[in-house]
Design a protein around this ligand. Structure first.
Ligand code: OSB
Ligand code: MG
Length: 370
């Protein structure tokens, strides 16, 4: 690969319905799209699913555009030609953190590499299946009738499991409600770090409801208290925010902080780190699944490729385009079939094409680097 241009798009897209978590409510979803262009004219696409503010992560649209301009893109363009996305990661090793920003570029390079090789991305990263299974992540819906309606709709559409967001004051009640209404469906909850060990009784109560897992109950920086909590629960704890890299995964396994990991390629710095964590956890006997960040069809392509890895043993938070958008920025849109699976494209790269007029329509700022 020899790059001649990098284009960065700050996009804003309205979600079909607001998405509420313990850290806030998203109506308009911000993000940063990265396009890398090879001297041959071929392009690759990536996405840094950063928010407007530092809620899920400290990284924001503002910090991402800044580290791109000042550090990451100059270092990328200085490389001249590169054989693999890993060479970019080595070149920016001196930049601490900013994993989502790095991931946006790194994944664009994976897409480009796959396209130049004429291969689908999932094969390039070592995927082993031609379909993935989808779960749905439902935000906090405080109105009980509306929550039931939403769960019912997604189950009808085929989603293989339901995850609901919880927060203090809204946890055991919605779980009981869903169990009463839908029986023994595959169900899990995600607290997005909203609780402390003072809430242990809430988790003991949740433990009675046969949940598949409880995602990120405690602090986004914690591993030790999760291990204390896990030792008191039958339900597996799944870590999301607390696992930012391979090292965190190793510590979590040694401490017994969780029994499942949600890997978000963007959170851990891209597909290279995703594979390192994946391989380590597979050896350690800890199953994973792929989490999402309300990505556009571009980031979704990378999620789908990651979900074809062998140790992905639960449904992933990868909905179809229509779960999020009236109109996605790619064609064809991502589709969850009636059996709750998404077919993994055999076309090159992420397997979908960006519709430039649509991308432009949602772009607030476009920056070109040569
Ligand atoms: O914690 O998994 C999370 C969305 C934004 C930020 C954090 C999370 C989520 C989701 C949505 O749960 C998953 C999806 O993309 O559908
Ligand atoms: Mg989560």
């Amino acid at each position: 690969m020899e790059l001649r241009k990098v284009v960065v798009y700050h996009v804003v897209m309205s979600l079909k319905a607001p998405f509420e978590t313990s850290f806030g409510k998203t109506v308009d979803r911000h993000g940063v799209i990265v396009e890398v262009e090879d001297v041959s004219g071929e392009v690759g696409w990536g996405e840094a699913p950063v928010d407007e503010g530092p809620w899920y992560s400290y990284e924001t649209v503002g910090t991402t555009l800044y580290v791109y301009k000042e550090f990451l893109i100059p270092k990328l363009l200085m490389l001249g030609s590169l054989n693999s996305p890993e060479e970019f990661l080595e070149a920016v090793e001196g930049v601490r953190g900013y994993r989502m920003a790095k991931a946006g570029v790194e994944m664009a390079l994976w897409d480009l590499k796959a396209r130049l090789e004429g291969l689908p991305l999932y094969r390039v990263v070592g995927g082993v299946r031609n379909y993935i299974t989808s779960g749905v992540s439902i935000g906090v819906i405080g109105d009980e009738a509306a929550l039931i309606k939403a769960v019912s709709k997604f189950l009808d559409e085929g989603y293989r499991r339901v995850k609901i967001k919880i927060k203090p004051g809204w946890d055991v009640r919605p779980v009981k409600l869903i169990r009463k209404e839908f029986g023994d469906i595959p169900l899990q909850v995600d607290a997005n770090a909203a609780y402390s060990l003072d809430h242990v009784n809430i988790f003991k109560d949740l433990d009675m409801h046969g949940l598949l897992m409880v995602e990120q109950p405690l602090s986004y920086e914690d591993l030790i208290e999760h291990s204390e909590l896990q030792s008191q629960l039958t339900t597996p704890i799944c870590l999301d925010e607390s696992i930012k890299n391979l090292h965190d995964a190793k510590v979590a396994v040694r401490l017994g902080s969780c029994r499942v990991v949600n890997i978000k390629p963007a959170r851990v710095g891209g597909l290279h780190e995703t594979r390192l964590i994946h391989d380590y956890l597979m050896n350690a006997g800890v199953p994973i699944w792929i989490g999402g960040m309300l990505e556009t069809g571009i980031g979704r392509g990378h999620l789908v490729a990651a979900a074809t890895l062998p140790n992905v043993r639960y449904p992933s938070d990868i909905g179809g385009s229509s779960r999020y958008w009236e109109e996605d920025v790619v064609e064809p849109p991502w589709i969850v079939r009636r059996d709750g699976t998404i077919s993994v494209p055999e076309k090159v790269g992420i397997g979908v094409e960006v519709v430039r007029e649509r991308l432009d329509k949602y772009t607030k700022t476009k920056l070109e680097y040569t």
